[in-house]
Ligand binder design. Structure first.
Ligand code: SAM
Length: 280
């Protein structure tokens, strides 16, 4: 018996269902149920919330989320081999687990969820950043989610919480801190996973603010920030050349020196620049 429920230990689940890890699917499993319950607790008060989980795999975090009281978990998993193991979890928590087989990048989960909604995931590394950017850049705010509790490679986690002037500061920091609060809440060594990845990981907890910190259009801001940091060593007047006409004037109007580099511009500056660029 495992510590958090009366389902079999995850090593046994993996052996029973033949879930050998596949690199192409970013499969590094968490098998310690006390650890998955701890991650679930970082997601906040779950009892009144639906939780969207991407990539449940054999279900370690899913079990953590359900044992910690999630009202419902909607789990999207690409690997059909995991479905029987997840069905056993569904039987243990009747009516509280819905599994959709498919690619999280193609599935709109909203029809299956009732607010308040939290997102929690040990993300497949190959799709993690893309999902995060989508969740942070919907056209309107607040988003469908209250919080995101996500495992990333440590280096990516540091980019999300980075401050201007640091090497890690870039597109992820600007987008995450524009309309949300982001902090690293747990660090995990490679040995916490089976098989162990090459690098350390960290859990980031992101809470949606009721309103963006500064006004800007999400798609314009995304475009400006992507261009600025794509050539981060260049001066902004060069890096942003193709973004809008008269870019030097717009930079100055936003209070940014055209000779500055992206790394030096705070969030407020990028939002002001996005407003200038949106003027057409
Ligand atoms: N949550 C499990 C855990 O913590 O042990 C598994 C985490 S593993 C890092 C990533 C999981 O995401 C795998 O189960 C993998 O099959 C799944 N996955 C990979 N790409 C996916 C995609 N595009 N959509 C949905 N699931 C995906």
């Amino acid at each position: 018996m495992s510590a958090i429920d009366d389902l079999p230990p995850l090593r046994e689940v993996i052996a029973t269902h033949g879930l050998s890890a596949r690199k192409a699917l970013g499969q590094n499993f968490l098998l310690d149920l006390n650890l998955t319950a701890k991650i679930a607790r970082q997601a906040g008060e779950l009892s009144g919330s639906d939780v969207l989980e991407i990539g449940p795999g054999p279900g370690g975090l899913t079990r953590g989320l359900l044992s910690e009281g999630a009202r419902k978990v909607l789990a999207i998993e690409k690997d059909a081999r995991c479905l029987p193991a997840l069905a056993e979890i569904g039987d243990r928590y009747p009516g509280r687990l819905q599994v959709i087989e498919g690619d999280a990048l193609d599935i709109d989960p909203l029809a299956h969820l009732t607010p308040p909604i939290r997102v929690a995931a040990n993300l497949p590394y190959n799709v993690g950043t893309e999902l995060l950017v989508r969740w942070l850049t919907p056209p309107t705010w607040p988003p469908f989610w209250q919080s995101l509790t996500l495992m990333f490679q440590r280096e990516v986690a540091e980019r999300i919480v980075a401050q201007p002037g640091s090497k890690a500061y870039g597109r992820l920091a600007v987008l995450a801190q524009w309309r949300a609060d982001a902090r690293i809440v747990m660090s995990l060594p490679p040995g916490a996973f089976t098989p162990p990845p090459k690098v350390s990981s960290a859990v980031v907890h992101i809470t949606a603010l009721p309103k963006p910190r500064f006004e800007a259009d999400a798609s314009v801001l995304s475009r400006v920030v992507a261009a600025a940091f794509n050539q981060r060593r260049k001066m902004l007047r060069a890096a942003l050349k193709g973004t809008a006409t008269d870019i030097e004037d717009r930079l100055r109007a936003a209070g940014i020196k055209p000779t500055d580099r992206a790394e030096q511009v705070p969030l407020e500056g990028f939002c002001a620049l996005a407003r200038e660029v949106a003027k057409g």
